[in-house]
Design a protein around this ligand. Sequence first.
Ligand code: NAD
Length: 494
Amino acid sequence: MRTIEHWIDGTTTRGGSTRTGEVYDPATGRRQADVLLAEPSDVDTAVAAAAKAFALWSDSSLTRRARVMFAFRELLVRHEDELARIISSEHGKVIDDARGEIVRGREVVEYACGIAEALKGSFSDQVSSDVDVYGFRQPLGVCAGITPFNFPIMVPLWMHPMAIATGNTFVLKPSERDPSVSRMVAELYAEAGLPDGVFNVVQGDKVAVDAILDHPGIAAVSFVGSTPVAKYVHERASATGKRVQALGGAKNHAVVLPDADLEFAADQLTAAAFGSAGQRCMAVSVGVAVGDAADALVKVLERKAGEVKVGPGSEPSSDMGPLVTRAAKERVVNAVATGAEQGATVVVDGRGLSVDGHEDGFFVGPSILDHVTTDMDAYREEIFGPVLSVVRCDTVDEAIALINANPYGNGTAIFTSSGDAARRFQRAVKVGMVGVNVPIPVPMSYYSFGGWKDSLIGDSPIHGPEGVRFYTRAKVVTSRWPHARARFSFPASE
Ligand code: NAD
């Protein structure tokens, strides 16, 4: 059995790890590798390497840092096929979708290529006689990232290019379910000319996470994952004085008004609900059908869900792959059953789906629950699978009130042909990322990504300008250069 190791100080290592976790091929249900699970001593080794590298890297010129990013970006392009294959084989998502996350992650590297512009400071001339004031930002030190399984390359790319381009060094703890691609990213950084110790990967579970949260040598922690763990990470890392950004889970609503193009809206909802088997933090998990659009919308959704081709991620004809683990599959199957028990109408039932030749894979087909109400588990819980719950509302204001009462606030969307309704919606809705006729409004890398409420613990969105701010701290210099007074006497030795 292949063992996936750590990457510390420019090389692969087993460190002092004796425990391992199992990594599956979700399409076959077979174990394909073991991953080392770090001990606190492995985190110590990685932090020591990163701290040593910080002295030189934080002193390197902006030009050099940008050039490493340009080279890294080229390698991400050149190795896109291989990266996508690795992601698909451990996560289960279809190859095209894996490519999509590589491209969206690469855009953050492209933003980081412009770090010289993003880090420009400020200058005030002659604030007092002979006095100037200027401000600039400096890196923090060793930063750490803890990331979820669902975007094994994109989410880490939201973090480390920003941290490294701003002069920090980095320790990444990827998800133990699909850890291989992070190791390859480390190799690409090395090939791009990044000095040893600047980027490290520590494989592991809660033991490694806790060691990171408590480590006195780490200045900042970036976390993306479920809300309970985000809250835990935020609290524990803050208690040891670290700067923390912690992005959590989601329950994203897409509102469909009666004046929307229903065929278009249903197409978009289907892709956004079932793409990546619903395992996206920006997946649409609740369709809010307003007024008399409801019955017609559900009919079109039913037809389109039936057209989704479910199969292994490596198969070009597949629209949607399996769930990541057997436990995730069971959770989704139970969620549909509970929905039915609690009174929802199961319009499309993905339980019991079997894919020829992949009978042991973790597949669940697209599922639609209609007449879902806010007291049902299907509405209250983040299912994180290919299940679309349809809630019916009479007016757009009722839809807005529904969304605003939900504890999550990651993404939302409205489908309408009315500019007025869309504008009212985008202003009133308490959600961080809003789409107008766009179902998954993930901001470009030169904006920042982050939800509201329980989808973002603390107050620090990720990447883009907020990423620059998060990984640096401000310094303001007040400066005077006294100049010698001119003398009219003939100079004599003093
Ligand atoms: P998760 O919270 O289970 O795991 C995330 C990371 O935390 C992993 O590295 C894991 O090893 C670690 N971890 C898990 N349990 C822990 C514990 N008890 N103590 C310490 N560390 C722990 O999340 P996941 O299942 O990998 O990913 C899916 C979740 O991530 C969903 O809730 C999804 O909405 C969320 N997510 C959010 C965003 C966003 O941008 N807001 C993006 C992607 C995923």
